[in-house]
Design a protein around this ligand. Sequence first.
Ligand code: PLP
Length: 421
Amino acid sequence: MPHTSSVESGRFEGVDLTALAAREGTPLYVYSAPQIRQRVGSLRAALAGMDAGIRYAVKANGNAAILRLLAGEGAGADIVSGGELQRALRAGIAASRIVFSGVGKTDAEIVMALEAGIERFNVESHAELDSIQRLAAQRGVLAAASVRINPDVDARTHAKISTGKAENKFGVVIDDARAWFAESATRPNVRLDGLHMHIGSQLLDLAPVRAALARMAAFWRELEAAGHSIASIDVGGGLGVRYRAGETAPDAHDYAVAIAEALQGFRGRILVEPGRWLVAEAGILLSRVVLEKQGRERRFLVLDAAMNDLARPSLYDAWHDIVPLHTDAAREALDYDVVGPVCETGDTFATQRRMPRCAANELVAILGAGAYGASMSSTYNSRPLAAEVLVEDGRYAVIRCRQSPDAMIADERPATEWNTP
Ligand SMILES: *Cc1c(COP(=O)(O)O)cnc(C)c1O
């Protein structure tokens, strides 16, 4: 999927990016609808031999238009908050295709999910299991639940996005899960009949996935032998993408083969929860160069996008390819520190990055920005949230208006009214 070349020519899905930036301003998130559809399609094709469903991880990019697009391609949702539940439902995703993960579900969130009638809860603690039983009993409903297993494998990804090691807060050990199944008669309003795992994000190597799947499969067989029927195995998300030209990421086919091999003989439903893999490479962050600055030791390219718009480089030291949109082949190559205007040294998109010289007011595209970009953005330094557009066939649609400074501060007020709680 040659995202780089499609942007290098100054166009993205046939849309002239210079004209788009002039119309809609920068920083601007631009997502390719065909590329997202292509990803879902190829994952569905890879999973075709299995009874498998895609539950898109909303946190990767929860924009309503993106959710609608994915829902139209048959994807459900993996949510981690009440807010994501509302987003998913409003985007037309059926509750029967929504699974709820997360280590700290509040009673209010559990109630919202029960009332919506979601597909199942991915339960991460004994206390949560008890809460679901209590709240489901109060309403006289039966909640389907899977236990999130912490398989204790090293996903070999960045520590901050690794979730399947024993020291991580996620899931429970198999011994605990075994006890939950054994005592399930004490929870008549919970149908505990599923297993879930999610070992981490941006996995570039399938070996840890295979190791975790093997543990899940052994446990599923043990449970079946003990008389517990397992209707659902959810293998989580985490499939990695190419952030850097030349990098290789696992493809959908190899991933599906790993799942099929590990779960051979399983007769229930398999769920997958990809987030990043479906949307990351389909998105760019379009930004304008504010100025070039020669420091004593470094040459800086200061953009109008910053860490509040795209946090991944400052949060995870993540690499994003950065492509200047000027087409002047005669420009010299320079080593830039590409930075934003926010008052933090961590507001750095790239360090000592060799790229053709850029000048003020020219545009650059930060690639691979479709996942964990807009969804992690903030208004830090009182920078209103960037606009987002979807492109396809030479046209674009605004799917999030640029936040106005008024809207940014609208909910704040002077302390003129004092109350006692
Ligand atoms: C974040 C998350 C995902 C998606 O992860 P990606 O790396 O974006 O695929 C899936 N499942 C759970 C439980 C998650 O927390």
